[in-house]
Write a protein that binds this ligand. Structure first.
Ligand code: SF4
Ligand code: SF4
Length: 283
């Protein structure tokens, strides 16, 4: 089988489709197809954890770009400052204007190198200005459709862009924002230099936040309704007990009244008093 060396063939969903012909369902996981797709780093970390009880404390980080004298793959402990790794790799700050966490397509610019390596830090890109020029300012969308042609997930990036700007969650979901793999291909081909993928990331964050907020408010509504039901059950039970006591007292009074009318009157008064006491305790 020939495997296309076309970006982003290495993406999980694309890889599965190319190799098996199966598509991961919208909003689903490869596991829904009975498939698990792991990168080698994750597979090694899982082996270390399961077979040797070794936690993930370090990982391989690719340091690359012409602003480094010694680019390469480095094993770094999680938490290592990126600036330390750059020093080890011979970083020349005069050659570089942007530090990128991740690859050239899916990575994001770092404000500072004083941040640590984390378990998802696969690559730090340290390009020269000639290697990766600073993108020009974004212009208005000219509706050329190039982004849709480039999208490997067959989405409509232009529409997603409008809906992301409008914060229209319903339309974003209808246009399958969740299926965007954030490959950056649409941003790359956009002649207006619109950072489309950044809009999608922000929109995904917004949707996630509002779903979390909905779950939180659903839970507090359920708690409130459960409490109301419990209070109603308790009130009903107390009323039933009160009625039973009153009936018993009246029965007793009726039985005793034939022999002693004074004792019957006292019993009736006592039942009435008990009943009044319950009501004031419940109020
Ligand atoms: S590639 Fe850019 S300019 Fe063209 S339709 Fe897409 S967003 Fe608009
Ligand atoms: S980043 Fe753009 S090209 Fe890539 S999947 Fe998302 S919409 Fe499609």
């Amino acid at each position: 089988m020939t495997f296309p060396t076309k970006y982003p063939s290495g993406g999980e969903k694309q890889l599965i489709e190319i190799l098996t012909g199966k598509q991961v369902p919208t909003g689903g996981l490869p596991a829904d197809l009975g498939i698990v797709c792991q990168n080698p780093g994750t597979a090694v970390a899982a082996r270390d954890a399961v077979c040797f009880g070794k936690p993930l404390t370090d990982r391989i980080v690719t340091l690359t770009g012409r602003a480094l004298a010694r680019p390469g793959n480095y094993r770094a402990r999680l938490g290592t400052p990126i600036e330390h790794l750059l020093t080890v790799a011979g970083f020349d700050p005069s050659q570089n204007r942007r530090l990128i966490h991740g690859g050239p397509m899916m990575g994001f610019a770092l404000e500072s190198s004083a941040v640590p390596i984390i378990k998802t830090t696969n690559c730090i890109l340290v390009p020269t200005e000639q290697e990766l020029p600073t993108p020009p300012d974004a212009q208005a969308c000219i509706r050329c459709g190039l982004c849709a042609e480039a999208c490997p997930a067959s989405l409509l990036p232009q529409q997603l862009y409008w809906y992301a700007r409008a914060k229209d969650q319903e339309q974003l979901e209808r246009h399958h924002l969740a299926d965007c793999i954030e490959c950056g291909a649409c941003s790359w081909v956009c002649p207006s230099h619109i950072p489309l993928v950044q809009y999608y990331r922000a929109a995904k964050g917004m949707i996630k936040e509002s779903k979390t907020e909905k779950i939180r408010s659903d839970r507090s509504r359920d708690r409130f309704e459960a409490r109301q039901e419990r209070l109603e059950r308790e009130t009903l039970a107390r009323e039933e007990q009160r009625a039973a006591r009153r009936a018993a007292a009246e029965q007793k009074a009726a039985a005793g009244g034939a022999d002693d009318p004074v004792a019957a009157a006292i019993a009736r008064a006592k039942a009435k008093k008990d009943s009044a006491g319950d009501e004031s305790a419940n109020s």
